[in-house]
Design a protein around this ligand. Structure first.
Ligand code: NAD
Length: 480
């Protein structure tokens, strides 16, 4: 494995003017590699390169189906390199190797899905009566800036980059400081497929430096940000100052409402995936379970069994899908999550299992289940972004919906019941961008994803996402 990774700007691999950052393997606490760090001038070079290729017209002159083929070829390139990228992702991010492989395949799927739709971004013809011919078409914004978080660095880049290229935008990606290395594969794919220089730029830099410079840049025409609420607000403010279209995919505190008629055998696997996948560092994690008082104790018992069944340790030793969990991304994130558990206890919650740092090198937190959590506690309101499940209880449906909707977020929600009326009622009432019925994470690249409330605005995934990367132009022709 390489010990130094460069940025990719204007079709060239380059060092960063801000030096290098050490990338740590959270599974051991040891240094894994170094990555180039871009400063404001590097960001400007990338944006200018993207602007040049956009203004040259080469991307929009292509027949969309040809552009789509290139996007799809990038996905195949990822699969061809999976044996190199998945271990690298596993080592820099902490997730089990099999989860890293799954992420590479998930990233490739975005290129397949969006590449396949390049020629479907059609306009419409609008009747204006005799003497006129009127039509719309959808043009790319131009320079698309995409700022990526550390939890799913490949999938998050893939979902924005694939949609951006499909619609004919030139893209500048700011990768996360903690997990930048595996993103080299997108530059490698762009080169292999033959995108012109400037169409794809991938650079790592500090958020407050390169990230801020990118979101404030006057030649950026559209921004897609995935990350925390705090940073999202800063980016939306920068975008507003330049009157630039912005998509915000932010955090969540998502709840599963479990009714007394739910299939608890099936729900066990939702607990497994909902909160312990990627050590809970998932924006749409099932971080709250709101269980009916009649099944609360059984839900807790099953959650504790799942938590205790997980073998926790370095991701690289966990190659097979199963009852295992890797490290959190960093010791700082682990300590923050552990601190939130201590605070929850002080506020009256009970730690039924887990809650402590593990006594091994690396950023490990025990899979945790908390009970006696009440809606106003910090742990029920704030995103932990770790393997910490809060179980709460409800009496009637209205109560459950009120608790589920009672946070600043609104990313996803779930309802578990055999009663279809109940399920559809909950789906209508939940303030969330997507509602899962009887299976947490139901959906895929095909289904639109995004938040209500402070979870953000705009949608990624699905056909809906494509409309965030284009602007509509109307052409009215007088036939007189
Ligand atoms: P973060 O906001 O700290 O960082 C995200 C990115 O923004 C990084 O690349 C960072 O360098 C950059 N950044 C930081 N400060 C910046 C600034 N002032 N200007 C511009 N860029 C800046 O988030 P994180 O800790 O990397 O990621 C975790 C968060 O992301 C969680 O809240 C999680 O829920 C959210 N997330 C959301 C989704 C979604 O699709 N809704 C997906 C994954 C993660």
């Amino acid at each position: 494995m390489k010990d130094y990774f460069q940025n990719y700007i204007n079709g060239e691999w380059v060092d960063g003017d801000a030096g290098r950052v050490d990338v740590i393997n959270p599974g051991t606490g040891e240094k894994l590699a170094e990555h180039a760090l871009a400063d404001e001038a590097d960001v400007d070079r990338a944006v200018q390169a993207a602007k040049r290729v956009h203004l040259s017209g080469v991307l929009t002159a292509m027949r969309p189906i040809e552009r789509g083929r290139m996007v799809q070829a990038m996905g195949r390139h990822l699969i061809d390199r999976i044996d190199e990228i998945a271990p690298l992702l596993c080592l820099e991010q902490g997730k089990p190797l099999w989860e890293a492989e799954r992420e590479v395949r998930g990233a490739a799927l975005y290129f397949e899905y969006y590449g396949n739709q390049a020629s479907t971004v059609e306009g419409r013809s609008i009747p204006l009566g005799d003497g006129f011919f009127d039509f719309t078409h959808n043009e790319p914004y131009g320079v698309s800036a995409q700022i990526i978080p550390w939890n799913y660095p490949l999938e998050m880049t893939a979902r924005s980059l694939s949609a951006g290229l499909t619609t004919g935008n030139a893209c500048v990606i700011k990768t996360p400081e903690l997990t930048p290395c595996s993103n080299w594969v997108f530059a490698d794919a762009a080169q292999a497929v033959g995108w012109p220089p400037g169409a794809v730029n991938i650079l790592c830099g500090w958020g407050h430096q390169a990230g801020a410079a990118l979101s404030e840049h006057r030649d950026v025409n559209q921004i897609v940000f995935t990350g925390s609420v705090k940073t999202g607000i800063a980016i939306a403010t920068a975008a507003a100052a330049n009157v630039v279209h912005c998509v915000l995919e932010l955090g969540g505190k998502s709840a599963a409402v479990v009714h007394d008629d739910a299939d608890l055998d099936a729900f066990e696997s939702d607990i497994r995936w909902g909160i312990y996948l990627n050590a809970g560092q998932v924006c749409s994690a099932m971080s709250r379970v709101i269980a009916h008082e009649s099944c609360h104790d059984e839900v807790v018992e099953r959650a504790v069994n799942i938590a205790k069944s997980l073998s926790v340790g370095p991701g690289i030793d966990r190659a097979e899908p199963g009852a295992n969990m890797g490290a959190m991304v960093s010791e700082a994130q682990r300590d923050r999550a552990a601190g939130m558990v201590v605070e929850a206890e002080a506020q009256g919650a009970r730690v039924v299992t887990g809650g402590r740092k593990m006594n091994i090198p690396g950023a490990f937190l025990e899979p945790t289940v908390l009970t006696d959590v009440t809606p106003e506690m910090t742990i029920a309101q704030e995103e932990v972004f770790g393997p910490v499940l809060s179980v709460m209880t409800f009496r009637d449906e209205a109560d459950a919906i009120r608790i589920a909707n009672g946070t600043q977020y609104g990313l996803v929600g779930g309802v578990f019941t055999r009663d279809l009326d109940r399920a559809t009622r909950a789906a209508r009432q939940m303030r969330a961008g997507q509602v899962f019925v009887n299976q947490w994470f139901a959906g895929g690249v095909e289904t639109p994803f995004g938040g209500y409330g402070k979870s953000g605005y705009g949608r990624e995934k699905g056909r809906e996402a494509l409309w965030n990367y284009v602007q509509t132009k109307n052409v009215a022709i007088s036939l007189r």
